[in-house]
Design a protein. Structure first.
Lengths: 307, 110
């Protein structure tokens, strides 16, 4: 119970911002403490006269720092050209590689046609029955292009939105296409293609980001599903199927669709169709040649796209 | 005086010679420039306070640039380079602001 404050130094007053020493430090002591110390030393005269060597070092450091800062500022000021050059280089490379891939694909298609034509020619003379069954199998498996009457179902992303403000609900999604395609098969379609890609037993319709992939190839709106089958019953069955009501529901999200019967449609072949493991039971040859390497490559490809 | 002349010589040389900056140094350039600005504002304030010292100026300049670059480099190695850059810019930015305020008080008495 001392009536007067203790004789020691007055207790340090707690600052309201005591917990923010870092900010306080930067705000209140922005100047390098070295300046004050140098000034004190100068005032006290404890600092010896500057030697010539120090002056040389100071000058050298000054030149280096000025040089470095100027170079940095200049490099920051003009990074655009190099970035642009790199970008155009990459774009050119992408375009040329794409053209190369397109040319190779066209060549594969042409050679495929040639192989088919030669095979058909050879078989038509010796075993016409085998040729007929081959073609029938090809139509069902999707390795032969077909034409005939059928149905065209078109789905279109909702319009009137920017890409940015468009929600995924207003886009056609992989489920939508799957339902349409499955209903077409269920309604008796004999061959189906989406945007010119033939669907086979091995086809997958899936989504990656905003894009729909059919057999790993990205497609974009509008999605044109072509189905070949009996024009009358196909359309009637399709309208009565799940997809018929589903397409009506989709209009609530702004997705427009149309179902049009046509008398003459073409569905291309899927050139990539081949067997990797399966061998016909009564086949004279043992196994396909590429069975050792290709299946793993294909598996990798499919797993890679599944992410 | 030597320091200021040296700096001017260096800046002129940098703009005249126009050397290419190696790619691995590119991420540190903005930080280096901000650190240099901080040192320059500090020097100007010290000059107005009558405390300016060439040696202190140059050493603080060099250490500013090197430490800032080092922090960003460390951040890059740890995978937090962007956050480290932000931290350095915030701290140096606050210092530049308060030094600029002090300079303003000196010059305009307000």
């Amino acid at each position: 119970m001392t009536p007067h404050p203790p004789p020691s130094a007055p207790a340090r007053e707690r600052r309201p911002d005591e917990s923010m020493t870092l900010l306080v430090e930067t705000m209140e002591r922005p100047l390098d403490p070295g300046y004050a110390q140098a000034a004190r030393e100068r005032a006290a005269g404890t600092r010896g006269p500057r030697r010539a060597v120090t002056s040389v070092w100071v000058a050298l450091l000054a030149v280096v720092l000025g040089f470095g800062t100027a170079v940095a500022a200049r490099a920051l000021n003009a990074p655009e050209p190099s970035a642009l050059a790199a970008r155009t280089l990459l774009e050119d490379e992408i375009a040329s590689r794409q053209a190369e891939a397109d040319a190779l694909t066209a060549r594969v298609d042409a050679l495929d046609d040639e192989v088919d034509a030669l095979g058909a020619q050879a078989l038509s003379e010796e075993e016409p029955a085998l040729l007929a069954s081959l073609e029938a199998d090809g139509v069902l498996s999707g390795s032969v292009a077909v034409s005939g009457p059928g149905l065209v179902v078109t789905l279109r992303d909702a319009s009137g939105f920017d890409d940015a403000q468009m929600s995924s609900d207003s886009r056609v999604q992989d489920d939508d296409l799957q339902i349409v395609v499955n209903s077409l098969w269920a309604s008796g379609a004999e061959a189906v293609a989406v945007n010119g890609r033939r669907l086979t037993a091995l086809s997958a319709i899936r989504t990656a980001g905003d894009a729909i992939l059919v057999d790993l190839q990205p497609l974009s709106s509008p999605y044109r599903v072509v189905a070949i089958g009996d024009p009358g019953s196909l359309k009637a069955d399709f309208t009565r199927s799940v997809a018929g009501g589903y397409l009506v529901t989709l209009t609530n999200y702004g997705i427009q669709s149309s179902v049009v019967g046509q008398s003459s449609l073409e569905v291309p072949a899927d050139a990539s169709l081949r067997l990797y493991h399966a061998v016909p039971v009564d086949s004279p040859t043992a196994a396909p040649e590429e069975s050792s390497t290709t299946p793993s490559a294909r598996n990798d490809e499919e797993q890679g796209s599944g992410r | 005086m030597i320091a200021v002349i040296g700096l001017i010589v260096g800046v002129v040389a940098g703009f005249v010679l126009q050397p290419e900056v190696p790619v691995y140094l590119q991420p540190y350039l903005p930080i280096a420039v901000v650190a240099a600005l901080d040192a320059l504002f500090g020097a100007l304030r010290a000059k107005l306070d009558g405390l300016f010292d060439e040696k202190v100026f140059l050493v603080s300049f060099a250490s500013n640039v090197v430490v800032a670059a080092l922090i960003v480099f460390l951040g890059d190695q740890l995978g937090v380079g962007a956050q480290m850059s932000t931290g350095v810019v915030v701290v140096l930015g606050i210092r530049i602001f308060s030094n600029a305020a002090a300079i303003r008080r000196h010059l305009f008495k307000a």
